[in-house]
Design a protein around this ligand. Structure first.
Ligand SMILES: Cc1ncc(C[n+]2csc(CCOP(=O)(O)OP(=O)(O)O)c2C)c(N)n1
Length: 274
């Protein structure tokens, strides 16, 4: 559903139906889908500029998200937040890189008492922000249940990781004495089973996902050449699931397409948010 929602967003932008900007998570959808079932009701989620998938995995409410992005009535934040600044219950997103991690550490300090966790999603490029290191330092010193999901797609806007990150995420975790897990796989049960015993340890955890950004950074700003994009598409979880489970995939995909079509029909019929 996240895949079809984001494809529709790019289409709607192309048709001039949406203003502003959007950052799709095409190729990365499986990350929040893997992690969300590990969350309990009161856990906090801190998302980033590429947050629609994080939101939809948590709240499964495409109508409210699309209404927010299109500035129509009934949006997640009544049109005030837009694509990048969402707030619903314990879900928060921000377009400012690195801004969420200090907040997540603060929330985790509070949640430690009740056994909750604060999950923050960041990209590899966000390790360029100093606030990330201050937050990791305090998370470790205070031993708080903050979980940092690093969606390492090896690119920040147009800058490849080799030009923006020295060292590695693993070594950063070790430097702060923070537990670390690493996933190359996109297999949901494998990811969940490995994380389930450590997710609620009460201490910080960094989880690095080797993932792929299949779409542009935002709407039309992809500087990668066709050969690189072709290689990345070979790692698309969606195509792999379609091949592995053709009938189940067709059924779920048809449902997802209907859900998104119905959401669009519903939202475009609404008044602008007041
Ligand atoms: C503080 C700050 N600086 C710059 C930007 C502009 N910007 C938005 S996304 C982005 C790259 C982010 O890369 P990464 O963290 O790897 O996440 P990805 O976009 O790959 O998901 C930049 C530079 C920003 N949003 N916030």
């Amino acid at each position: 559903m996240i895949r079809r929602f984001e494809e529709a967003l790019l289409r709607l932008f192309g048709e001039g139906m949406i203003d502003g900007t959007t950052h799709t998570c095409l190729g990365q959808e499986y990350v929040p889908v893997a992690l969300t079932p590990l969350l309990a009701e009161g856990d906090y989620v801190f998302s980033n500029h590429r947050g629609h998938g994080h939101y939809l995995a948590r709240h499964q409410d495409p109508v409210a998200l699309l209404a927010e992005i299109m500035g129509r009535a009934g949006g997640v934040c009544e049109g005030v937040g837009g694509s990048q600044h969402l707030h619903q219950e314990t879900f928060f997103s921000t377009g400012v890189q690195g801004e969420s991690l200090p907040l997540a550490v603060g929330a985790a300090l509070h949640l430690k008492r009740s056994g909750g966790v604060a999950l923050a999603y960041i990209g590899d490029g966000t390790f360029g922000a100093g606030a990330v290191y201050e937050a990791l330092n305090m998370a470790s010193l205070w031993d708080v249940p903050v979980i940092v999901a690093v969606e390492n797609n090896r690119i920040a806007q147009t800058t490849p990781i080799g030009k923006h990150m020295a060292g590695s995420v693993r070594a950063r975790a070790a430097a702060f004495d923070i537990a670390y897990r690493h996933f190359e796989t996109q297999d949901l049960p494998v990811i969940r089973n490995e994380l389930a015993p450590v997710f609620r340890s009460g201490s910080p955890l960094i989880i690095e996902f080797d993932t792929v950004r299949l779409g542009p950074h935002s709407k039309g700003d992809d500087t990668r050449d066709e050969a690189e994009l072709h290689a990345l598409r070979q790692r698309d979880w969606c195509a792999a699931y379609e091949t592995a489970f053709p009938e189940l995939f067709a059924e779920i995909d048809a449902r997802a397409r209907r859900t998104v079509q119905n959401a669009i029909a519903e939202v475009v019929s609404r008044e602008p948010a007041s």
